[in-house]
Design a binder for this molecule. Structure first.
Ligand code: HEC
Ligand code: HEC
Length: 90
């Protein structure tokens, strides 16, 4: 039996740093996923086509999508659909 006490070495420190980095990334990553819902107002309940959305949210609209925004036409995949939406539920 060896009497040598365990002492944290360089490898242990690297391992601990990696574990901490992963935890920090997971925590930050999860808090960033807060895509805004589609507002539940008359305008948004009655806008039932992608073309209508883009009249206001296209580059020349009153509220353009931010630069680098996803080009998908399936808005409600990310921005939740208004409760009383008049389009066909998907
Ligand atoms: C007549 C113009 C108009 C149309 C059409 C329209 N929007 Fe909007 N939208 C706005 C305005 C103005 C705002 C910001 C103010 C607000 O909250 O009402 C907004 C806000 C939003 C937001 C919240 C993000 C933010 O900027 O606060 C989302 C998401 C959104 N719209 C998605 C859609 C989708 C999806 C459609 C089509 C189904 C759509 N909009 C159609 C004018 C419009
Ligand atoms: C792949 C996911 C995804 C899809 C699909 C998507 N969006 Fe977005 N959108 C985002 C994210 C992420 C943001 C920026 C952060 C946020 O909304 O909180 C954003 C931001 C926006 C904003 C600006 C919000 C603000 O704060 O000013 C508008 C307006 C918007 N989206 C409209 C639309 C419309 C209209 C569609 C459909 C044509 C659409 N989005 C489809 C993910 C998506």
């Amino acid at each position: 039996m060896s009497d040598k006490k365990w002492q944290p070495g360089k490898k242990d420190a690297v391992f601990a740093a990696v574990v901490i980095a992963v935890i920090v990334l997971l925590v930050l990553g999860s808090s960033e996923r807060t895509t805004k819902p589609t507002p539940d107002d008359a305008v948004h309940r009655t806008a039932i086509s992608h073309e209508t959305c883009m009249q206001c949210h296209g580059a020349d609209g009153v509220r353009p999508q931010p630069l680098g925004h996803a080009s998908s036409t399936q808005c409600f995949q990310c921005h939740t659909q208004p409760k009383g939406w008049l389009g066909v539920a998907k």
